[in-house]
Ligand binder design. Sequence first.
Ligand code: AP5
Length: 215
Amino acid sequence: MYLILLGSPGTGKGTQANILADRFSWLHVSTGDMLREAVTAGTELGKAAKSYMDQGALVPDNVVIGMLVERINRPDAEAGFVLDGFPRNLAQAIALDEALRQQGKSIDVVLNIVVPEEDLLKRLTGRWLCPNCGEIYHSQSRPPKQAGVCDKCGTQLIQRDDDKPETVKARLEKQRTPDNLLAHFRDQKKLKDVDGQQAVDKVTADLLGAIEGSK
Ligand code: AP5
């Protein structure tokens, strides 16, 4: 199964992608994680991306598309993947369709997680992450058992640079899912909305129902 999770920053794409990827042994492809790794490693790609990410803007398509296509062309993507954070616009969606078409594949289902914008600022400024295993927490809605420590692997949790309130506001303003991207997948009859303003396990249950219904 080849699946896309869409949604504004903070709607829960990463949280749900982790759960689905674990459950079905799919590859979890997060363009945000890939870009942050490139920034930390100081690669040319990371240098090109950093200033956009710091401003809460999208990184240009010519940087992101090649990176994503190279990743999904590797053998470990063959059995299935869940895309988290890609595509963000119509040009990226068209490039993805074309890359998959060349391999005789196509996206099976696109799940759009919907959360009212007023909740997203709270979600992002309260987020804590495990830099080792990628588990995602929230200081109020999903706290770790021991403050500041990952339940799964015991690593010290961190906050993302772009989760500062001023950067979050810019991200929410600049990174709403564009209508023409939703229309693209609606025309392909692949788009399903899922209510993301429920408990994490309820959102997962709705995503699983939508995946099942798309088979
Ligand atoms: P990226 O890392 O993809 O950031 P994002 O899209 O802003 O999404 P987030 O990771 O912030 O949120 P999420 O939806 O994954 O929510 P999460 O599960 O963590 O991208 C970072 C940057 O890279 C972008 O700003 C851009 O510059 C660049 N970039 C990436 N992809 C790009 C592309 N394709 N093109 C161009 N540029 C690109 O949850 C958030 C919080 O809410 C957590 O604390 C979590 O515990 C909590 N939470 C989750 N679910 C629930 C729930 N049901 N109830 C209550 N709390 C919940």
